[in-house]
Design a protein around this ligand. Structure first.
Ligand SMILES: C[S@@+](CC[C@H](N)C(=O)[O-])C[C@H]1O[C@@H](n2cnc3c(N)ncnc32)[C@H](O)[C@@H]1O
Length: 273
């Protein structure tokens, strides 16, 4: 049976979550209702009233609902054409600066952050005409997400084969160790260039200026106010010449047009003016 969540029920759920210290105001309503319905199904609860009672008495359910809201579908080099366009961007940055700072905001289980590290190695090889391990110090990557569970996976850096399906065989051998059949661990030298930290984009604590920010497939689930907040934050964390990449079904909001040039409209790459 498909249960639909009424507006009044949604408001009560938002209120209960708020009392438990979890703000849901940053999500779109339709998205919230769909995710809450998933929790009803998983708990085999057939009406919203019963779910509200469950939420009131169970802190485990409060956590589970919060996790349910953090959609975390991802993989290495998700949307390969975008990554083909990120490589020359990375080369430009590394040609201009001795060391660059990169942020994967909403990194989920780390695939995006590690893809950035792999791309940085490729960019270094291209501009230096070979690879010197000392050059790894020329980039640092910060991966952040709201989901602690995802970040634990990111820190482990071990992935099933399906998540690295976009990598060639030679890249798999170069950047990973096959731990056991079908499971790949990112190599330590690459892993050391990436730091993971919990950060909620609605009240982000990031302060360091960034040369490249990826915030992909995060904003599609969020409310208008939250998207505006994130863009403001991105603007504050970038200076002229820095690049920003969002998801292929996301776009820059009109208020930001004066601060960013559109470099690649298809792949959603922008540069700070
Ligand atoms: C679909 S994944 C995208 C992962 C990766 N960026 C990609 O494009 O493959 C969306 C991620 O955004 C995170 N997220 C959602 N709301 C967030 C918030 N307020 N602050 C930080 N991360 C958030 C989720 O936990 C989830 O891991």
């Amino acid at each position: 049976m498909v249960v639909s969540i009424k507006d009044a029920e949604l408001r009560r759920i938002i209120q209960i979550m708020k009392e438990r210290g979890e703000s849901l105001t940053s999500y779109r309503e339709g998205f919230l209702k769909r995710r809450i319905t998933n929790r009803l199904r998983k708990n085999r609860v057939s009406d919203a009233e019963e779910y509200i009672r469950l939420l009131r008495r169970s802190s485990t359910e409060v956590k589970a609902l919060k996790e349910e809201l953090s959609i975390n579908v991802t993989e290495f080099f998700r949307d390969p054409p975008v990554w083909a366009a990120i490589l020359p961007v990375m080369c430009k940055l590394l040609e201009k600066k001795n060391s660059i700072q990169i942020w994967s905001a909403g990194t989920a289980s780390g695939e995006e952050a590690y893809s950035l590290a792999i791309t940085a190695v490729k960019a270094l090889k291209r501009i230096e005409g070979g690879f010197n391990p000392a050059a790894l110090r020329r980039f640092s990557i910060l991966g952040t997400d709201i989901s602690q569970n995802d970040l634990r996976e990111a820190e482990n850096g071990i992935y099933p084969e399906i998540r690295i399906r976009n990598l060639s065989m030679s890249d798999r051998r170069y950047f990973f160790i096959e731990k056991e059949p079908g499971w790949y661990q990112i190599r330590d030298e690459i892993k050391r260039r990436v730091i993971f930290r919990r950060d909620d984009l609605s009240r982000s604590r990031a302060t360091k200026k960034m040369d490249l920010i990826l915030c992909r497939n995060v904003m599609i689930y969020l409310s208008r106010e939250m998207i505006e907040e994130i863009w403001k934050n991105i603007r504050n964390l970038t200076t002229s010449g820095a690049y920003v990449v969002v998801g292929r079904s996301e776009t820059m909001i009109p208020q930001e047009r004066e601060y960013f040039d559109v470099i690649d409209p298809l792949n959603r790459i922008y540069r700070r003016t």
